[in-house]
Design a protein around this ligand. Structure first.
Ligand code: ADQ
Length: 489
């Protein structure tokens, strides 16, 4: 594929995710402000030079009129983004309903909502119908923009139906699907009324990826036990067609964090924080406010630690940053009040006129403020009840070259499989164990901290987001080539 005889044209990568990495805010009939968010996926793909990435997804805004849709499409094109327009009802049923109220809790072992346990309930059926309609809408946009030779990479539990929609339209399309959450044990997955249909849709992809080997194994078991298909060391086979299933642990752009710490404004901020917390050890939690992150359990463990070690009361502070998400879902509102109540109680119990043991902020921090906070932390507490990977643990390690702080990490986060040897692994449900680990971490001798940090730092700087994306996409390319070779033989 060449232009003007010699310049190679880069292969196009269509990245399909529920949300575009850009949020659109409408300023007038045809004018828009675009707010670009540099999340893990964006920085992963920025680093891949051999592909030219395009994004396809929802811009997070309802645009019912044609003028608005046209102008937003034009504005987004400059950011290499292509919008999928979802109306309010679809968003309610597909996104808030099926994705966030059914698949998200189920994949994190929180079970199905009680009232939806039976496949016959109307809300379950209508939400699943909306899920399929929404996935078809994503497929329509992909089909419209797809050119022969493109690679299509679908992301996450929002789009499990997409590989099937794409392959039905064009069986030659190279389609990969990656899940950012855990894939649960087949015994959990089999409770889902639409269990078989979703598995079959995912299997239409050429390559299916997960963060850990365990999630990949759970997926293969679900296919063998629920669909009766054959699992092979490479994946799942159905009537001679192999869908490759493998683990691709995500990483971060560690250099971005290391570089940020060199900036004068970040250095100033670090100094300010060090002065503010002088004489105290700093413990840190950074999470989206979500049931899966185990925030109440973490705070209760901190309370137990203070209760058993009163000498630490004015020598340690826990900074908990919990950015609210999915605020229109009642469970998330309940969680927010629960966290506020526990924090208030503990600060009332252990605080003094001049200081409190927990600083709880329910807002997100900008990138530089976050880096500074990571850098001044002595002990990070990541106590997810389940978590696909957990990038906060990686980001903390990236910012700890000087301090060599300790990471307390849930054994139920995917990251436990990569940072397990450097972190203190805990069962977040066991408040006594977590409290004891806090004590251990706060008093850990420097040589042990150094050794643990070195292990983790080496891992996060050698397993980056860029390497993750490159590995997935090149394996996706190879998988299809292999499949074509097999048919030719
Ligand atoms: P998340 O559940 O969002 O991601 P995580 O991997 O920790 O969880 O990533 C969160 C990101 O948001 C981090 O980059 C973090 O810095 C940022 N963030 C969180 N709280 C913040 C705050 N208060 N202020 C500023 N920034 C904040 C899902 C899965 C994970 C999986 C990722 C990537 O649930 O398990 O690791 O996708 O695959």
């Amino acid at each position: 594929d060449f232009v003007e005889g010699s310049t190679p044209v880069r292969q196009r990568l269509l990245v399909v995710a529920n949300r575009l990495p850009v949020s659109a805010i409408r300023k007038g009939e045809d004018s828009w402000t675009l707010d670009v968010s540099v999340g893990g996926l964006v920085s992963a793909l920025l680093g891949i030079n051999e592909f030219e990435a395009r994004w396809i997804g929802w811009a997070g805004v309802n645009v019912p009129d044609e003028v608005g849709q046209r102008s937003l499409t034009k504005a987004l094109a400059e950011k290499r983004c292509i919008p999928v327009f979802l109306d309010e009802e679809i968003v309610h049923q597909y996104y808030n309903g099926y994705c966030n109220n059914i698949l998200w809790p189920l994949f994190h072992y929180l079970g199905l909502p009680q009232e939806d346990r039976l496949a016959t309930t109307r809300s379950f059926q209508s939400q699943f119908a909306a899920y399929k309609i929404a996935n078809q809408m994503f497929a329509d946009v992909v089909n419209e923009h797809y050119r022969e030779g493109d690679v299509v990479w679908c992301h996450d539990y929002h789009l499990m139906f997409l590989p099937k929609c794409l392959k039905e339209h064009n069986s030659k399309m190279k389609v990969g699907w990656f899940l950012h959450t855990p894939f649960p044990s087949s015994e959990i997955h089999r409770t889902l009324p639409s269990r078989s249909e979703l598995l079959r849709s995912v299997l239409a992809a050429d390559l299916v990826g997960f963060h850990t080997y365990d999630y990949a194994r759970h997926f293969v078991s679900a296919c063998t036990r629920i669909l009766g298909l054959e699992g092979t060391p490479d994946g799942v086979e159905d009537q001679g067609k192999l869908t490759r299933v493998a683990a691709f642990p995500i990483g971060i752009d560690s250099d971005r964090f290391v570089r940020a710490l060199e900036l004068p404004q970040v250095k100033d901020h670090i100094k300010e924080l060090e002065e503010r917390f002088a004489g105290r050890k700093v413990m840190l939690g950074v999470d989206r406010l979500d049931m899966i992150k185990g925030i109440p359990q973490k705070i209760l463990a901190f309370e137990k630690f203070l209760e058993e070690n009163p000498i630490w009361c004015d020598k340690v502070v826990l900074v908990q940053i919990a950015v609210p998400t999915r605020t229109d879902v009642p469970e998330y509102q309940k969680l927010s009040s629960q966290v506020h109540e526990i924090v208030g109680r503990i600060n009332g119990r252990f605080g003094s006129l001049t200081s409190v043991p927990i600083h709880h902020l329910d807002r997100s921090l900008d990138f530089h403020a976050l880096c500074a906070l990571y850098a001044v932390t002595d002990v990070a507490l990541v106590t997810s009840l389940r978590d696909g990977m957990n990038l906060v643990s990686y980001e903390f390690v990236a910012c700890q070259a000087v301090k060599k702080g300790v990471l307390i990490l849930s054994e139920f986060a995917g990251a436990a499989q990569s940072l397990g040897a450097g972190a203190i692994l805990v069962n977040p449900w066991n408040v006594t164990e977590v409290a004891a680990s806090i004590g251990y971490a706060l008093t850990m001798p420097p040589d042990e901290r150094e050794k643990r940090h070195r292990h983790n730092f080496t891992h996060i700087t050698t397993h980056t987001s860029q390497e993750w994306a490159e590995t997935f996409v090149s394996e996706l390319n190879d998988t299809v080539v292999e499949a074509q070779l097999r048919t030719r033989q």
